[in-house]
Design a protein. Sequence first.
Length: 649
Amino acid sequence: MQHRLPTLLAALLLAVAGTAQTTWTGAVSTDWLNAGNWTAGVPDQNVAAIIAPATNQPVVPSLAACRHLTVQANTALSMGPGTILEVHGDATFAATVLGTGVLELLPAPNNPSPPPAQVTCGSQASLPNVNLDAGHSGTFNDLHVRGALDAASVGFPAPTVTLHGNTRLGSGSFLFSPQGQVLCDPTGNLEVVGTLSLYWSMSLPGTVSIGNLDMYPTSSVTPASGVVNIPPGRLLHISSSAFGTTTLDVNVPAGASFVFEDGQPSGTNHFGVTDSAGSTSFYVADTTEVRCAHIDGTMNLAGDVLLVPPASATGPVVVSPGALLAISAYYPGVPNTLRTRGTLQVDGTLGIGYGFDATLRLEDNSPTDPGHLLVSSTGTLRMGSATPTGNMGVISGTGNHRASVVVQGRIEANNYRFEGLDANGLVLTASSTIGAAPMDLRNGFFDNGDPTPGSTLLTVARTAPTRLSQPWFLATNSATTYTVKATTPFAVDVRGAIGALGSEAFELDPFAVISWTDGVSFHGIGTPGCLGLAETRTSSAPHLGNATFAIRCRNALPGSVAIQIVGTGGLPTPVSLLALDLWIDPAAPFVLHAVNVDATGYAALPLPIPNNQQLLGLSLWSQAMPFELPGCKPYGLSASTAVRIDVIQ
């Protein structure tokens, strides 16, 4: 106790008298370590330093220290390269600290529980570089750092960095450790010119502009209000090199831009894989969750990103009118997938495949809330690029055939793909419009539609003709599945589409087709029978020299007989005969052929076309009358759809 008494007494006297201080006079020189330049000698960790105006302004040597630091207006404290000024308390700056040295903030000596360092910058003051000592917390008011701010604290007590007012961080790196947190005044501003490396949680102020933000596994960027607000006319650009899962809540108002790059090839979340051919590919090892209720400005996402509403929000993620949600990779070879859960409603523009290949994956939010993309009447869906070898835009389900895509507005696509959707496939409603060439639905690939009977890859409710005559691939489904279906006759023209035509797995709804192959066009609807409406079609294109050409009837009564009518004239409106709607002109020459219907409901009338130029341009009309089960139809017959056949070269 006797040995501790002097120490305790000294501490008590210091507390009563206040911290000792010394003021700069510069009476001798600019040397910080010259006692003649101070009113009470050179400061150390127990003595506060006050930098006052003087003819000679102080220059910090390689290492100096003080308790508190006050830099008054009209001064010019200088810190050369590699110099360190240790401050063991608080600091106030009314003038800029010159040079490129480091201001090191440390706890007061002999204090096991030091209060956070209080650092205040005036409106005209800036600092070169600032380090917050390991385990030490700091509160910064209107902080302006030209270089780097380092708050690393690995293995030490978790610190708290609090940013009040307007915080400006320059072109250096701003590192925050895996422990502790960063708190920002919700009414303040944060401007980062360089890169903010965040290993821990951070709450952002109401106004924020960040050059680059590196988020690591334990990090999250979430302000107290639950969202990151980006002011109109500003850009929040985040580059995530996280190896794990990160979370970001963000609100993008009108006039603002949010860019999220998740997965640069040089980042720690990528592995370079060299195959036998020597090419290098990359994959993203992490997923970043971006939570946003409304997108009113521009949001550009790249990498493996999950976009969902905030936990406090209900309803879909909405892209507002005039806003843009773009899925666009920034580096070749980087997998670029945006996953959404539940409904994504696009009242503005959704772009998939801007710059590089990109995928939108529609996931279930719950068993009763499947993945759904709704492009409203004011919205635009833009997929792929203007060239067939350019960027590809993909929309896919999860494989359970529950995801749906409904376009009520505009669709512009070239080099695109839909896969894994529900039984309706891509739905183009009556109000939908299609882009001008070359973004006019050419070079499309439809695959993996719901394989149950009656499903389809494309459903069209448009009344305006929809020609899909450019290269398409409508993939094989089950034999009972329509590949293309429409609710309005003459709505779709699928000439040029590629599929399993020969095997008849390529099925076309008769209500949809104007022309399903060159030289063959839909002419009229018949009268359904017991099994529904039978369809007349052809085996292939009616070109000169086609020795295997045949007229076929589908969906007739298996094991029965159909009467195939072939005439030289067609009617603009059907004539009623035997309670059937018939489209073949009885006033023009015609013939009747009885053909057997096989066990699958198909009948075929071979009609080889000689290679005779005199037949070029010959037009024929054909319709079938299949026999029905007794009692099914008044006269035991139904009438199939009618087609027009024009012989082509």
